[in-house]
Design a protein around this ligand. Structure first.
Ligand SMILES: *[C@@H]1O[C@H](CO)[C@@H](O)[C@H](O)[C@H]1NC(C)=O
Ligand SMILES: *[C@@H]1O[C@H](CO)[C@@H](O)[C@H](O)[C@H]1NC(C)=O
Ligand SMILES: *[C@@H]1O[C@H](CO)[C@@H](O)[C@H](O)[C@H]1NC(C)=O
Length: 217
């Protein structure tokens, strides 16, 4: 373990004694179709009576539908999680459709619980992620229709449509509940907000700029 200013850099060796679980835990029965009506809180969702389960619980129709990308980012995500497909509960996977307007972006974000594998269905996409070790290396490339790319669990990543036409991607994630932390919103738009003294030193910029960014998110 090395200390770099105030930031702890934990060496790779320190991790070699852990078994990393790359996705949600395995189910211990055929399935546990989510009972959408329940308010019981547990790690996952409670199961429907298996006798009441129907094929539609394992299905979602709608990924052919283009989402409305008329927003500041020019991007819209259509998620398919147990809310939309109850049969996903406990299976450790989920899927999304992502629509991008020309020059639309899916901004810098991270999924704390999932790796993400994305395939471009229409248009092209500039994609990338930032490594944590041994430095903050930016790994990115431009994808064409039919190309796939994987974003490793937890790493900050983005997609941008550089083209003059719409782009569409499908992405599968290794959790039924990947979580999403959009960097700008988390840092400048948290509730309650992060003190500007902390943001000023973290980003090495003055309070006015911090105040401006806080009003944007
Ligand atoms: C798309 O969203 C914008 C902004 O919310 C809205 O003004 C517009 O009517 C929507 N378009 C369609 C086709 O729903
Ligand atoms: C589950 O409940 C939510 C919230 O009531 C609803 O939006 C969603 O459509 C329901 N999902 C299914 C598959 O019934
Ligand atoms: C951030 O929070 C503090 C205290 O809660 C408040 O005084 C300040 O106006 C807030 N700043 C912004 C930009 O919302």
């Amino acid at each position: 373990m090395a200390s770099n200013g105030c930031i702890l850099t934990i060496s790779f060796l320190a991790f070699s004694f852990f078994v990393a679980l790359a996705s949600d835990q395995n189910p211990i029965q055929d399935f546990c179709v989510a009972d959408n009506g329940t308010t019981v809180l547990l790690n996952g969702l409670t199961c429907k009576d298996p006798k009441q389960v129907v094929a539609d619980d394992f299905s979602f129709g709608g990924l052919h539908i283009a989402a409305n990308t008329s927003n500041a980012l020019g991007c819209q995500v259509t998620p398919v999680t147990p809310s939309e497909m109850p049969g996903l509960n406990t299976l450790g996977i989920s899927i999304v459709r992502i629509d991008y307007a020309p020059r639309g972006i899916n901004p810098l974000h991270t999924h704390p619980r999932a790796s993400e594998i994305l395939i471009v269905l229409e248009g092209s996409l500039e994609v990338g992620f930032i490594t944590s070790f041994p430095e903050n290396r930016h790994i990115g490339k431009v994808l064409q229709k039919g190309d796939a790319f994987v974003f490793p669990v937890g790493l900050v990543h983005y997609q941008r449509n550089p083209g003059p036409t719409n782009a569409v991607a499908i992405a599968a994630l290794s959790s039924q509940n990947p979580g999403v932390i959009i960097v700008a919103n988390a840092v400048f738009g948290s509730t309650p907000n992060i003190s500007s003294d902390i943001l000023e030193k973290s980003f090495q910029i003055n309070k006015q700029v911090i105040g401006y960014l806080q009003t944007k998110f």
